[in-house]
Design a protein around this ligand. Structure first.
Ligand code: GRF
Length: 221
C-alpha cells in the first residue's frame, strides 16, 4: 500500500535552498509529499531552476505586473488553487500577504522565519540578533496568521552564538538548521500529527504550550 502523501505548493522569491531541502527530503523518502508546483513572485530566480530540474511545474507570477497587492494576491490564490494543495509552504517568499490571502489559506499555510520568534520579526534578523548580544539564535516554523511573523509556532531550531560569529556565519548555520526542521514540520502535517485550531497548535493531539526545539541534532519537547 502506498504511504500517505500530502499535496503541497511552495512559494518562493529567491534562491530556494529550503525548497531544495524539501525536494531532497521527498526524494529520499523522509517527506511524504507531492510538490505540485513552485510559484515565484520574482522571475528567473534560482529556486525556479531547482523546481524545473526536479520536474516540478515552476511558475512565475511577477508582482510588478499587478496594479495592487490585492490584485496580485487574488491571482496568486487562483494559481495555487489550480493544484488543490492541502498545505502551502512559504519558503523565502518575500511578500507581505493581504488578509484575504491569509484567511483563504488559514490553518494550511506554513512559513519559516530566521529567528527565535517572537524575537526579531521582520528583516535582517541575524544582524539584529548580533547587535542585541543574544547568546542563542535560531529559526522558527510557524502557521501563518494575519500578524506578520506572528502566527502560532510549530518548531524551532536553536544554536549558540559564538564570539566570532558574523551575520553571514549565523545565516549560514541557521540555513543548515532550516533545511532540517522545515521538512520535519511538513512531514508532521503529512502524517496528520500536526494541526492548528483557533491559533492553538496540536502535535499528536496535545496542545503545544511552546514549540518543540531542535538543539544539537535532537528534538527536545
Ligand atoms: C530563509 O532564511 C528563510 O528563513 C527566510 O527566507 C530565507 C529563504 O532562503 N524566510 P532560501 O531561498 O530558502 O535559500
Amino acid at each position: 500500500m502506498s504511504k500517505p502523501s500530502l499535496d503541497i505548493v511552495v512559494l518562493i522569491s529567491g534562491s530556494g535552498s529550503n525548497l531544495q531541502a524539501i525536494i531532497d527530503a521527498v526524494d529520499t523518502g523522509k517527506l511524504h509529499a507531492n510538490i505540485k508546483a513552485v510559484i515565484s513572485n520574482r522571475p528567473n530566480v534560482k529556486g525556479l531552476e531547482r523546481a524545473q530540474s526536479a520536474g516540478i511545474p515552476a511558475i512565475t507570477l511577477d508582482h510588478t505586473q499587478f496594479a495592487s497587492r490585492e490584485a496580485f494576491d487574488q491571482q496568486l490564490i487562483l494559481e495555487i488553487e489550480q493544484y488543490q494543495p492541502e498545505l502551502i509552504i512559504l519558503a523565502g517568499f518575500m511578500r507581505i500577504l493581504t488578509d484575504e490571502f491569509v484567511n483563504h489559506f488559514k490553518g494550511r499555510m506554513l512559513n519559516i522565519h530566521p529567528s527565535l520568534l517572537p524575537e526579531f520579526r521582520g528583516l535582517n534578523t541575524h544582524q539584529r540578533a548580533l547587535e542585541a548580544g543574544v547568546k542563542q539564535h535560531g529559526v522558527s516554523v510557524h502557521y501563518v496568521s494575519n500578524e506578520l511573523d506572528g502566527g502560532p509556532l510549530v518548531l524551532q531550531a536553536v544554536i549558540d552564538v559564538n564570539a566570532l560569529d558574523t551575520a553571514e556565519s549565523l545565516q549560514q548555520r541557521i540555513h543548515q538548521q532550516e533545511h532540517i526542521i522545515y521538512p520535519m514540520a511538513i512531514e508532521w502535517v503529512a502524517q496528520h500529527r500536526l494541526e492548528v485550531i483557533e491559533q492553538q497548535v496540536y502535535l499528536d493531539k496535545q496542545p503545544l504550550e511552546s514549540p518543540p526545539k531542535w538543539i544539537n541534532n535532537k528534538l527536545i519537547n
